[in-house]
Design a protein around this ligand. Structure first.
Ligand code: SAM
Ligand code: SF4
Ligand code: SF4
Length: 341
């Protein structure tokens, strides 16, 4: 097993298939203009499948497709079909903003996708328009229902909680999730690359989220970790049995049990969301490196991994946005929409 310097195994890979997005969420893509990855640098489906096989041989058991907005990548079900047949891959999931899910859910499920997480920060179309510059809110709700109908389960809804924006909707989001058969997970607003407007006072910490849920529903009891101790969400049960997840990435980071890494759409591999530099896997891949050589590169980098990015941020005295805009323009690999969240 590949273990890093803190004894953490390499188990999970977030595979970004595009850096493009049809939303402009304020916590991820707040700017007017972006520098995009050159199209010729994007890994083809053949290359993505090959890299996936190398990672699975290195210990990865779960792959989550992400972006940007992954459903903007044309013919995504074809990639899903290729990945679903990789021996040793136990879990294949997708994170999406949901806008294109209504049409894609059934073909994705048929191609072998197991489950979907849809980002849903608000139930109010006018808020979505103000916050993500989108008028496609109704399509998102339709996409969530289509995912449930296509049997993509467990279905999860991710809401980034931002004080003054959607922190008055926690109970409504939980009720909506219950009605569509999805578990809602509240995520603390993180100071990742791309979140240029981040300030600590906009973060609603886990304890406050749980307290608000307990007030709204008459209690919120912690649930045991379950069969995946590295899962980032802490889960709570409401009195009616509904479960809710909270991802305390800012107030109580879970770096100590972090088994995940991220591959950008152009084949740059990051071993931490906050890592300054990644490993270029596209260059050796296109130069003709063998699977063994690529695997050795991955194993060596993981063995040297010491990342605890979010924990390190905890100790910053004057915490502000991770990168200034100029740094993001110089290197779009630092952006959350490039790293895949
Ligand atoms: N576009 C897809 C979506 O939004 O689901 C997939 C990519 S997006 C980068 C992946 C996840 O990152 C989303 O759930 C999003 O809410 C989360 N995210 C982006 N910026 C964030 C931030 N500053 N803090 C916390 N979560 C963030
Ligand atoms: Fe929003 Fe996801 Fe697009 Fe970022 S990548 S702007 S989180 S929809
Ligand atoms: Fe893992 Fe880095 Fe996130 Fe910590 S900050 S949980 S090490 S990706």
């Amino acid at each position: 097993m590949n273990l890093d310097r803190h004894g953490r195994p390499l188990r999970s890979l977030r595979l970004s298939v595009t850096d493009r997005c049809n939303f402009r969420c304020r916590y991820c893509m707040p700017e007017e203009e972006y520098v995009w990855l050159p199209r010729s640098s994007l890994l083809t489906f053949e290359e993505l499948e090959r890299v996936a096989r190398v990672f699975v041989a290195a210990g990865v058991t779960g792959i989550r497709l992400t972006g940007g907005e992954p459903l903007l990548r044309r013919r995504l079900p074809e990639l899903v079909r290729r990945l679903a047949r990789v021996p040793g891959l136990e879990d294949l999931a997708l994170t999406t903003n949901g806008t294109l899910l209504a049409g894609a859910a059934a073909p994705l499920a048929e191609a072998g996708l197991r489950r979907v997480t849809v980002s849903l920060d608000t139930l109010r179309p006018e808020r979505a328009e103000a916050f993500a510059r989108t008028r496609l809110h109704a399509q998102v709700l339709e996409g969530i229902r289509a995912a449930a109908a296509a049997g993509l389960r467990p279905l999860k809804l991710n809401a980034v909680v931002v004080r003054g924006f959607n922190d008055d909707e926690l109970a409504d989001l939980v009720r909506f999730g219950r009605d569509v058969g999805a578990e809602v997970r509240f995520i603390e607003y993180m100071d990742v690359g791309g979140a240029t407007g981040w300030t600590m006072d906009q973060v609603v910490p886990r304890d406050e989220i749980v307290a608000r849920l307990a007030t709204a529903f008459g209690g919120a009891e912690p649930l045991p970790a379950g069969d995946d101790p590295s899962a980032p969400a802490e889960r709570f049960a409401l009195p009616d049995g509904t479960s809710v997840g909270v991802i305390a990435s800012v107030s109580a980071p879970f770096c100590g049990r972090c088994d995940r890494s991220r591959l950008t759409a152009d084949g740059t591999w990051f071993t931490c969301l906050y890592a300054a530099e990644g490993v270029d896997l596209r260059e050796p891949l296109r130069r003709g490196a063998t699977d063994e050589e690529l695997g050795a590169l991955v194993a060596a980098r993981w063995a040297a991994r010491t990342d605890r990015g979010a924990e390190a941020r905890l100790h910053q005295r004057h915490r502000a946005a991770l990168y200034p805009l100029e740094a993001l323009r110089r290197d779009p690999h630092k952006e959350m929409h490039t790293r895949g969240g």
